[in-house]
Every structure is written in C-alpha cells, then in structure tokens.
Design a protein around this ligand. Structure first.
Ligand code: FEO
Length: 171
C-alpha cells in the first residue's frame, strides 16, 4: 500500500535522528581517543556504526516501498566532555530520546494502519531496550569506579573486548 505522507515524513526525520546519533557517538569516540581510553573509544565507534545501520534500515524500508527519501543536514557534535561519566550519561540521555521518538513512530504507524511500517519498528522498539540497558550498566559501572583510575582502566580493557561480531549484522 502507498504510505501515509505524515508517516513518511516522520520516518525521514528518524533517518536524520539515527545519523545524528551516529555523529554524536563519533564525537564521543573522539573524546575518548583524546584520553587514550581506547576501549571506550572503540565502543563508541561501534555504537556510531550501529546508528548508521539503523538509519539505513529506515532508508531501505522507504526505498522498498517507493516512498520519498529526504536527507537533512546534521549539526556538528561535541568532542569535549567534562569526564567519561558525563559522556556516557549524555549517551544514555540520547538513547532515552530515541526511545521516545521510536515509540511515537510506532503509535503513528498503528494509527495509520501501516503494519509494514509497524513490522520495521518492532525491531527498533526491542533494540531500544538493549541500548538503554547497556548504557545504564556502563553508567553504573562508572559510578562504582568513582575516582579510581585503576577501575577506569579495567573497564576500558573490558570494553575493548567488544567485537563487531557481538553485534547483529547491520544491527
Ligand atoms: Fe538507533 Fe541507539 O538506537
């Protein structure tokens, strides 16, 4: 079926949201590179790549349904945070905003009776639960680490073990 114009517009806005999130995570990766915390930097880089793939999921859905795709401008993300914990807190806040946006899109798809879009968004709803959980865990671990440089280095080493193969293909 052809898509509702308002839903198409909201999905295009979400493509921008995912790419903007990708760019923000890349800024966080640059921040952690500046501290030589390579595990955190790599973890944030992997997050950035995931967000890019999320945007492409929506892009591909619109393309498959012959719906118009529009690509908006992205603003420049910061590469400077007060400390590692504030960067991770900002990442969690970003994911909570994304969850709110995804939930709104989900309600909109249902109200349009667009169950193909709902199918796409089912994946996003589940993904947000995982994304928030992993960032909440990381934030708690940084709170426990407190001012301990040793604990921060242990955490950095653990994060460096995140492998691309841990993530779903195009996740
Ligand atoms: Fe696209 Fe981090 O959710």
């Amino acid at each position: 079926m052809s898509m509702d114009a308002n839903l198409v517009s909201a999905l295009n806005a979400q493509i921008r949201g995912e790419f903007a999130a990708s760019y923000v995570y890349l800024g966080m990766s640059a921040y952690f590179e500046s501290l030589d915390l390579k595990g955190f930097a790599g973890w944030m880089r992997a997050q950035s790549q995931e967000e890019w793939a999320h945007g492409m999921r929506i892009f591909d859905h619109l393309a498959a349904r012959d719906a118009p795709i529009s690509l908006a401008e992205l603003s420049s993300p910061t590469t400077d945070y007060y400390d590692p914990k504030s960067a991770v807190a900002a990442a969690l806040a970003q994911e909570q905003d994304t969850t709110r946006d995804v939930n709104q899109l989900y309600a909109q798809a249902i109200s349009c009776g667009d169950y193909q879009a709902k199918g796409l968004l089912d994946w996003f709803v589940n993904e947000q639960t995982e994304e928030e959980d992993s960032l909440r865990t990381l934030l708690s671990q940084l709170t426990i680490a407190g001012d301990s440089g040793a604990a921060l280095l242990i955490l950095d080493r653990e994060l460096s073990e995140r492998d691309a193969s841990d993530d779903e293909p195009m996740g």
